[in-house]
Ligand binder design. Sequence first.
Ligand code: GRF
Length: 198
Amino acid sequence: MSGRRKIGVLISGRGSNLKSLIAACADANYPAEIVLVISNVAGAGGLTHAANAGISTKVIPHKTFASRETFDAAIDTALRAADVELVCEAGFMRIHCESFVRRWQGRIVNIHPSLLPAFKGTHVHEQAIAAGVKTSGCTVHFVAAEVDSGPIIAQSAVPVLEGDTPETLAARVLEEEHKLYPLALKRVIEGRVRFDET
Ligand code: GRF
């Protein structure tokens, strides 16, 4: 891949990672532009960041769909209508059906607030503290059928400090997420990493 790629971002909440991607794309030398932000939650904070940056937004509430398949089909239709080439999940709290993942394989990435394969799923920082690890961090990875299990694109580590709470650790990791996501996306766009069809 080369050139300025059209990115779609999927969110469910506050959208601080979306904000960091918006900031990266504001640089004319960054090889991507965000053309659409989709949220499954009306009123998600990230929608405001998108609107402030003049980016099109779409709310697709999962609850109005009978199945995961029809919900994902609506997302797919919206992404295609906007000519999206690459999808970034940034705090998107829904699991995709297999056909959606297959259709976008190699063109959909996610950020997760742990050093995968450790601590998948939710309550990640609680898991890290309970396990007593001394290092945690964040991972940008390709999305695969199994949740939080796709090929790793980039990682960044932070120390887990004595007395850390899930909140203090989350804040330290989040700061790294904001640096890592734009870098990892750039790597994918430049073709330095790819997830071939399996
Ligand atoms: C981040 O910690 C991300 O790694 C996880 O959900 C959180 C989303 O935060 N998947 P934000 O909405 O980007 O602020």
